[in-house]
Design a protein around this ligand. Sequence first.
Ligand code: AMP
Ligand code: ZN
Length: 492
Amino acid sequence: MTLRLFNTLSGQLDPLVPSDGQALRMYACGPTVYDYGHIGNFRTFLQVDVLRRFLKLTGVHVRHVMNITDVDDKIIRNAAQAGIPISEYTPRFVDAFFEDLEALRIERPEQIARATEHIPRMVELIQRLAAAGAAYKTEDGSWYFRLAAFPEYGKLSKKDLSGMEDGARVDVDEYEKDSARDFALWKAAKPGETAWQTPIGLGRPGWHIECSAMAMEYLGDSFDLHAGGEDLMFPHHENEIAQSESVTHKPFARHWMHVRFLLVDGRKMSKSEGNFFTLRDLLLKGYKASAIRLALISVPYRHQLNFTFDGLTEATNAIERLRTFHQRITTGSYAAGSNPALQAAAEKAKAEYMAALANDLNTAEARAPIFDLIRTSNTAIDQGQLFAADRDAILTVLADFDAVFDVIEDRDAEPTRRAIAWAEQAGRLAEVAPELLSRQSLSDEAIDALVVERTLAKRQRNFARADQIRNELADKGIVLEDAKDGVRWKRK
Ligand code: AMP
Ligand code: ZN
């Protein structure tokens, strides 16, 4: 099964296959580590995660590279305000980013590339651009890309750039949305700023050159796919194409994927608008990491998604349904044999699920047959019509669902615990939902001990004590499930 994915460059759905017949080489623009990422940023990383997981599910090997922008205007500004060098300022946000990826079950790309560790590659690329007549140096020692040297500029975003002024320049990383200008490749050092001594002078790289240099370093001059949020299409990705193709004269990325925005009340979620939530904010309000993941991926990447708390609640309920069913089907005992109708239902669900994802990663349509199958299966179990072979077939479908969605296994306690520990350390305990705090007050070991005590009490027919323990745990959000092989518990 081949994925057909919308390609911004061609303007149509194109099949996405490894051009070298081995691995799909893809580059996704990563975070700028000047602060904690907001969930809008993570929507983009999550949708790229859906892409890579679906490719893997269809048997495609993936070589995914992601950059970390650990030097830019905002980082320099914030580090200066904090009175520390950028090398001391960024690590905690890099760590936080990886923690958030883990909490959201976003797989790590095969290669993470930090900008500050690739300065020589960027300098080399600028030198090649200069040799090709596409880069020039200004009086202050900065280097710019000469847009006039790349007539194809605008081919990705399909912008009409006819009014473009030759030689007009922009040197900030925060670009004006609609004007195409010669853009900075290298910024001459300003007093007190972090700078590198290089053959092209003392300074630091611009943001765009970073991605061109690192993508080509790890994936070659031409590769399969480049991804990022919709705001990166212009000018960032347009600039990456110009910088790369001006020296290689080969297509940079064949396929371009752009994830539409997460909105709040119809406006882009962003730091500058102040209308954002970080993952930590939501975890501290009591939402589960899995629910945030599901809510952010359930609307397909080519649609903008309006963030609402109702959406998170819907996702929470959907996950509860999935987990309850999974628990029911794995712990129940089913007689040998099979029910042909259920076998057919499982096959149909699998086919519809795969077809929906293969059709431009339509996650919304992919979810539906899974929940239909759960409904059908529950009815069959109620009627004693589900057999061992059906259980196996249904579990296989759920495993394929979770290979991409990854929400069935309950791993929610850890991210929440970490968020609370972080809030404590950051002096933000006041923001933690009170019911969360009381839940967290019991360690896993304490819960285990109470569960053992309850089992003993029951054995001694001390049902009053057993019930008391169950209620005490329930008050703290811990649910007990009596199974054949003992008692399981989970944090609600
Ligand atoms: P940044 O850390 O600002 O460089 O952004 C990291 C990624 O998040 C980029 O791919 C952006 O395009 C993306 N992004 C930023 N804001 C949003 C949003 N509201 N919704 C979806 N993606 C976003
Ligand atoms: Zn980039």
